[in-house]
Design a protein. Structure first.
Length: 178
């Protein structure tokens, strides 16, 4: 398992969740480092302004990502590479969606909560094949969204890059075992 991979996975995701944006077609609204105004408000326990979103630090964003996304998808318990793929999907589409897609890819009940059954299935899955299946399903999911015409090229590039990086992480882990 990949308990030490949070920072690597976060760095990969932040390549695609860069600075401040407030695109009118994005249902998330004002976002910085991939953290929406609503997510930041929930984390801080109060209403926040767009200016506060703009001022969000990487340190606070990392704390939010660890608590709300990484821990929720049990990133520390996922195999290297699979952790990056699932975490990035959680950031992009929500932890529940990422967990359900992982579970569907593993052929277990897709309830959105990664527990013993999911972890047992991960224990016998081949990580690189699983990563490819996750990315195939993620592409299909995103292509069905009404905002794909606006954001699709960027999402497609992101998925290709995350897949490549996730496969490399899985490959390094397998090489270290040999």
């Amino acid at each position: 398992m990949a308990a030490a991979n949070f920072e690597k996975c976060l760095a990969l995701t932040l390549l695609y969740e860069g600075g401040y944006v407030d695109h009118p077609a994005d249902p998330g609204g004002a976002t910085n480092l991939g953290i929406t105004r609503r997510t930041l408000a929930a984390y801080r326990g109060r209403v926040v302004t767009k200016a506060e979103v703009r001022q969000l630090s990487r340190t606070e964003a990392a704390q939010i990502y660890r608590r709300n996304y990484w821990n929720t998808v049990r990133g520390d318990d996922l195999p290297a590479g699979v952790d990056a793929a699932v975490f990035d999907h959680a950031v992009n589409s929500g932890p529940g969606a990422a967990a359900r897609m992982l579970q569907a890819s593993l052929g277990v009940k897709a309830d959105g909560a990664i527990g013993r059954t999911t972890l047992a299935a991960l224990g016998v899955a081949e990580p690189q094949a699983l990563i490819r299946e996750l990315m195939r399903r993620r592409r299909g999911f995103l292509q069905r969204l009404k905002t794909f015409a606006i954001f699709g090229r960027g999402w497609t590039r992101r998925i290709q890059a995350i897949e490549k990086s996730s496969l490399a992480l899985a490959s390094k882990k397998n090489a270290a075992k040999a």
